[in-house]
Design a protein around this ligand. Sequence first.
Ligand code: ZN
Length: 410
Amino acid sequence: MPETLIKVDLNQSPYENEQIHNRWHPDIPMACWVKPGEDFKLETYDWTGGFIKNDESADDVRDIDLTIVHFLSGPVGVEGAEPGDLLVVDLLDIGAKEDSLWGFNGFFSKNNGGGFLTDHFPQAQKSIWDISGLYTHSRHVPGVKFPGLIHPGLIGCLPDPKLLETWNTREMDFIATDPDRVPPLAVPPFAKTSHAGKATGDVKTKIAAEGARTVPPREHGGNCDIKDLSRGSKIFFPVYVKGAGLSVGDLHFSQGDGEITFCGAIEMAGWVHMKVSLIKGGMEKYGIKNPIFKPSPITPNYNDYLIFEGISVDEAGKQYYLDVHIAYRQACLNAINYMTKFGYTPAQAYSILGTAPVQGHISGVVDIPNACATLWLPTQIFDFDINPSAAGPVKSVTTDVPMPLSPDVV
Ligand code: ZN
């Protein structure tokens, strides 16, 4: 039996657990140590540390203080790891915590986080997804059921002081270009809600003042939200500090490419069983700047998709130059509009794109002026026929429990 090196109690605040942290900083003390070749388990909170509840209100999604996230388990020190090495991580298995077999998906209010389609969905909403073995379904989004492509949204190693300085400088400079933007361009260090694991005294204060927020993916990996980084994957991480300092959290039971709903994929508390090893001097040997990985040998076996195209012309008809962000947004909006013809509300359709194993592809980036992006919707997740036909769409979805919605308080 692999040893569980980090345990979490979902009834306890993550701030009271010394093996949890929510900032990136080289001085965060290792939560535990392992030897190369060892396998072990880590338990994790959901990314909000239990703030979002399994209930019929989206007030929690509306009111959450986003400076508290993400609660990560670690850092795990690896004996013998040195800057310049590659840390090889085998994700042997991942699962939901036995006492918490559900997950959530939501849209943040435009005034508190927003999301990919925040101009179309500016108010807080959520859906709850029950986990039943391999499968998930939702009382708020009927008509779909799919197996989980379970993965950590966030995994990576601690930065060294120079890399941390690079991150903080470039992101602060970026924020300064439009400091009042809603939602903001990036998020700076924020001391008040920092959790620095076992750190105490001056070290804790330093980490709180300088610690990089965990929101963006960066050179070390971090919050990449790659759905294909699922159980069975093998990841190669750049090592920046002695011991590497591997941390993981933000587990997703399932997610569509892009994690477009932002208040997650299907967010859950759970555990990760992993094994670590080292490639000495691997960063230089392989010319690695960002992590690389090998995918899982098992993936949901969908072979039929309805594929929506989008081009880099926005909703108002404005032309953009080869902009894949705009193009993917159009592909998603086209898919949402299509799904409403079968009885879904736009919000339910948006939830499906955030949670189900939909694929996003960059299809063309050279045909000026339009980029083309595609959204691949697996037809087999639906319990009705969602294909177009001469007979026209059949209203197939009846909703008994509407998706909770919580307008902003003015
Ligand atoms: Zn997440």
